[in-house]
Design a protein around this ligand. Structure first.
Ligand SMILES: [Zn+2]
Length: 326
């Protein structure tokens, strides 16, 4: 009891419960205590930190040595492995490191004029921009190269198509930096549009579930949502939790036919289907991770400027990810 990680339960639960900061098991937090690095276990949710032990300790020097040798497996305890971003956390000299899938940051960093925007929005902060790299070792190598050419210790990294990393000496500084980023990168959401329930029921020949939360339906409305569906996916977490494509039901087509066509074309059953300008339907076996990601992407659709396509992941990026297959 009384470890460095115990002090972070409240912070993790707060960050993990904000869908604008993290969705599902995404995001991670670490704290250093000498050579011991406490880091969120892979697959656990920051939101659970108040009621569950989500951290495990690893040796920071061992992690860095394993990464230097190009090995991909890291020390595990009791069947739990550290977050895939453990090397990135170990590399940074600051005691406390937060990695958040902050949606406003993901949008701002994926707009065509991202660099100029961020230069202006983040002026005065010690921040760096990292182009997209696959989560895990490729991303940590990119950060390592950036740090190697840098005598200062940046406290903020903006990760294209991914999120942010915040490195701080203590909780107060981490909270302050998180609030500063949230405020400076804030994009005003458009008003929510209400789902057309009769139209959803008419198409729903498989008796899928209509989400009760209003947020997922935002993925069905407007130009920004249409562009997001067309250029899917924006970030790797979508691929892990929802798959590399999204099932969109064409006009005059019913759900059963659309799901069959989607499954035949993509090799997996879609966890959701979108009926443009009507709303969203959830498969009976949709899991909590997929639901969290749908809500996150709906927030992205509400906040993305219209008529400005986001730079999303390309075929080469997708080929490096292990997508949802069931
Ligand atoms: Zn991440």
């Amino acid at each position: 009891m009384g470890t460095a990680a115990d002090e972070l339960a409240g912070l993790c639960a707060t960050l993990g419960s904000n869908p604008l900061f993290t969705q599902g098991p995404g995001g991670n937090v670490s704290v250093k205590d000498g050579d011991r690095l406490w880091i969120k276990a892979s697959g656990s949710w920051l939101a659970d930190a108040a009621n569950r032990d989500i951290f495990l300790p690893v040796s920071r020097s061992a992690v860095l040595e394993i990464a230097d040798r190009g090995l991909k497996s890291f020390p595990a305890r009791g069947g739990r492995s550290p977050s895939v971003e453990v090397v990135l956390h170990a590399l940074l000299p600051q005691r406390l490191v937060l990695h958040l899938h902050m949606l406003d940051a993901i949008i701002q960093a994926s707009l065509p004029d991202a660099r100029q925007r961020l230069d202006s929005l983040l002026s005065g902060l010690a921040w760096r921009f990292l182009p997209y790299a696959r989560p895990g070792l490729p991303l940590s190598r990119l950060a390592q190269d950036e740090l190697r050419n840098d005598d200062t210790s940046p406290s903020v990294f903006i990760l294209k198509n991914h999120g942010v990393v915040i490195a701080a000496r203590d909780q107060a500084e981490a909270i302050s930096l998180t609030n500063t980023l949230a405020r400076r990168l804030w994009l005003a959401p458009r008003p929510l549009l209400v789902p057309d329930i009769p139209a959803l029921l008419r198409n729903n020949d498989l008796q899928w579930r209509i989400p009760t939360s209003p947020w997922p339906h935002a993925l069905a409305f407007g130009k920004a949502a249409a562009a997001l569906r067309r250029n899917w996916p924006l970030c790797p977490e979508q691929v892990f939790c929802l798959g590399a494509k999204i099932c969109v039901i064409a006009p005059e087509t019913r759900l059963g036919a659309a799901v069959r066509a989607f499954s035949d074309a993509n090799g997996y059953k879609p966890p959701l289907a979108v009926i443009p300008e009507c709303g969203v339907l959830f498969a009976p076996d949709i899991d909590a991770c997929a639901e969290a990601l749908v809500e996150g992407m709906a927030h992205v659709a509400l906040r993305t400027p219209e008529n400005v396509p986001l730079e999303t992941l390309g075929e080469a990026d997708l080929a490096q990810l292990a997508p949802r297959t069931i």
